[in-house]
Design a protein around this ligand. Structure first.
Ligand SMILES: [Zn+2]
Length: 74
């Protein structure tokens, strides 16, 4: 079973552990030039962070934590 191919936007949203390319920047080749391909490790790192489908869930959790903090203070 092949791993699901992530959208490039999602892969680029994480920092590349291979070449150190910052989020939203393309991977760099060893020569320092931008690469058209992303490193496999970056794909894997992106797969670990929440996919766009789970984004609303993550947002809800953050909002909920914020509300709980307000109530605890009050
Ligand atoms: Zn890279």
């Amino acid at each position: 079973m092949k791993p699901q191919k992530l959208p490039l936007k999602h892969i680029l949203s994480v920092r590349c552990p291979m070449c150190g390319a910052p989020p939203n920047e393309r991977c760099k080749l060893s020569s320092g030039h931008p690469s058209f391909q992303t490193h496999f490790d970056r794909d894997a790192a992106a797969a670990k962070v929440s996919a766009p489908e789970n984004f609303s869930q993550a947002t809800m959790r953050v909002v909920w934590e914020g509300f709980r903090g307000i109530f605890q203070k009050g």
